[in-house]
Design a protein around this ligand. Structure first.
Ligand code: ATP
Ligand code: MG
Length: 137
């Protein structure tokens, strides 16, 4: 059984769609194995997105991810990593397929509602980044 990390980003939390997004996962065969609402600080957000440190949008990305609380989740199920990526839709909501989370709940490429791990290796690292073994049940 695969596990992946999902983050409901500050824009979606502010909009009050935590439940609607969680429902997309549960309705599509992904079990929520861990879940918590947290406020990221600059250091933590920067460390989480360290792979993007050299990208021109890194500063904005960290600023956005610290602009309000986020909900971090471990999703579990068959092909959880790629299934979550499919449910999320394209990074830019304007290019996201109809019916995807980003098409339905996101405004822009920065405020794009959700994060999802993009490989099994990253998923394992990202889950460890936010959760202890005891918290994933
Ligand atoms: P995420 O990693 O958040 O799940 P993703 O894998 O679809 O999204 P990445 O390429 O990993 O996209 O980029 C990480 C995040 O950085 C994006 O979700 C988006 O918020 C932001 N981002 C990506 N490209 C741009 C860009 N050109 N301009 C502004 N922000 C961007
Ligand atoms: Mg990514």
């Amino acid at each position: 059984m695969e596990q992946t990390l999902s983050i409901i980003k500050p824009d979606a939390v502010k909009k009050g769609v935590i439940g609607k997004i969680a429902d997309r996962f549960e309705s599509n065969g992904l079990r929520i194995a861990a879940m918590k609402k947290i406020q990221l600080d600059t250091k933590t957000a920067g460390a989480f997105y360290a792979i993007h440190a050299e990208r021109p949008f890194f500063g904005e990305l960290v600023e956005f991810m610290t602009s309000g609380p986020v909900v971090v989740m471990v999703l579990e199920g068959e092909n959880a990593m790629s299934k979550n990526r499919d449910l999320m839709g394209a990074t830019n909501p304007k290019e996201a397929a109809a019916g995807t989370i980003r098409a339905d709940f996101a405004e822009s490429i920065d405020a794009n509602a959700v994060h999802g791990s993009d490989s099994l290796e990253n998923a394992a690292n990202e889950i460890q980044f936010f959760f202890s073994k005891e918290e994933v049940i």
